[in-house]
Ligand binder design. Structure first.
Ligand SMILES: NC(=O)c1ccc[n+]([C@@H]2O[C@H](COP(=O)([O-])OP(=O)(O)OC[C@H]3O[C@@H](n4cnc5c(N)ncnc54)[C@H](O)[C@@H]3O)[C@@H](O)[C@H]2O)c1
Length: 362
């Protein structure tokens, strides 16, 4: 299978590539608008380099394409790749508007191609255990997720320049938390969203960026750096809070799930399980995630499925339909924040049905 990567920045080099190397998956083609990155990556991996993704797609007809470019470009490039009959792994969020996301859903289905969205937290051990244990929690009534950093404003223009990123920490981090919330609860229909976003550190990016960065970006932070949202999921209430920078005690990624028969608390990579056992309140010792790259499982599972000729993503990948619901919620968060009111989440009902059915059949 011919494998191409579009966008050769930090996450491809430090997130995906080590796992691809360990699995012995060869990158055949690589693309970036930055010639130096193309040269360096080609030297490192032996792939054929391009600076124009359209030219690469037309000349090489890859079978699988990984897209890791600024958020505002995800949908357009993913659509072109699908229309060129490639299977697509697009980084999160799959699009920055529901309309774009729906066109990806339709095109993937029409072309019989797999499109998965880069919500790899689903593959982490605490997530997989939660997916199994959640049925023992009784009726779930509340779920909340935090993803907050002390100092972590990205320095790449990919994330902070409005025309490239379209939005800030909501597109970058809230998308992951919302994916876990929807995945754990089997995609209840989102009804309304009430959200706030903040630009607290726009002028202070040098102090609040944690990444070593000899070359600071030639852009101000033009997008929000923190935000929170209350999402009405019918029987379930959900709350999300994210920040790239804040005066907090420690960085934290946390999910708390409350049911009337038990609860689960995932804190960073440890999972606690609470319920009554023999009339006693029981709290498990933390189940700590074993070391090992989540991306090894991600890439071996995707390559196996495509090699077998499957046209739907293997479990637990985030499907196009599930990714589109995520985008609908993100869009509602921005709308609510900008308009200063609670907004209805507009999602076509067929999308919810498709999102649920792929959870059940996989
Ligand atoms: N799943 C995760 O946990 C996770 C973590 C980090 C980043 N990401 C995602 O990965 C993507 C890239 O992030 P990054 O940290 O690598 O950013 P980055 O800025 O380091 O890299 C982005 C690259 O895209 C290139 N690019 C821009 N326009 C292009 C175009 N038209 N064609 C080809 N290349 C183009 C840039 O030159 C740059 O090299 C983002 O979508 C981000 O959200 C995901």
């Amino acid at each position: 299978m011919k494998f191409a990567i579009i966008g050769l920045g930090g996450w491809v080099n430090y997130g995906h590539l080590p796992a691809l190397n360990e699995l012995g998956i060869k990158v055949d083609y690589c693309v970036d608008i930055d010639e130096k990155r193309v040269k360096d990556f080609s030297q490192k991996t032996g792939c054929k380099g391009y600076t124009d993704y359209k030219e690469m797609l037309a000349s090489e007809n890859p079978d699988i394409v990984l897209i890791a470019v600024p958020h505002g470009l995800h949908a357009k490039i993913a659509l072109d790749a699908l229309n060129n009959d490639a299977n697509v792994y697009v980084e999160k969020p799959m699009a920055t508007s529901l309309q774009e996301a729906l066109s990806l859903v339709d095109t993937a289905r029409k072309r019989n191609r797999i499109l998965v969205v880069g919500h790899e937290f689903r593959f982490e051990q605490p997530s997989m255990i939660t997916k199994k244990l959640i049925k023992d929690l009784g009726n779930i009534y509340h779920i909340r997720g935090l993803y907050i950093r002390q100092r972590g404003i990205p320095t790449s223009i990919t994330f902070i320049k409005k025309d490239l990123a379209k939005g800030g920490v909501i597109f970058d981090l809230a998308t992951h938390i919302i994916d876990l919330i929807m995945f754990f609860t089997n995609f209840p229909t989102p009804r309304t969203v009430k959200a706030k976003i903040h630009y607290a550190f726009s002028k202070d990016k040098t102090k609040f960026s944690s990444y070593p960065s000899p070359n600071l970006p030639n852009s101000d932070v033009e997008v929000e750096d923190s935000g929170s949202a209350f999402i009405d999921l019918g029987e379930i209430s959900a709350y999300v809070e994210v920040s790239w920078a804040s005066y907090i005690k420690e960085n934290k990624r946390e999910i708390v799930i409350l049911g009337d028969k038990g609860g689960i608390h995932i804190e960073n990579n440890a999972l606690y399980y609470m319920r009554n056992i023999a009339d006693e309140f029981f709290i498990s010792n933390p189940l700590i995630q074993q070391r090992g790259s989540v991306y090894r499982e991600v890439w071996s599972s995707l390559f196996n499925a495509i090699a077998k000729g499957e046209t739907r993503p293997p479990f637990p990948f985030c499907t196009a339909e599930q990714g589109a619901i995520n985008v609908a919620i993100l869009e509602s968060i921005y709308k609510s924040a900008f308009e200063g009111r609670e907004v209805k989440v507009e999602i076509p009902s067929y999308l919810i049905e498709l999102a649920r059915s792929s959870l059940i059949t996989t």
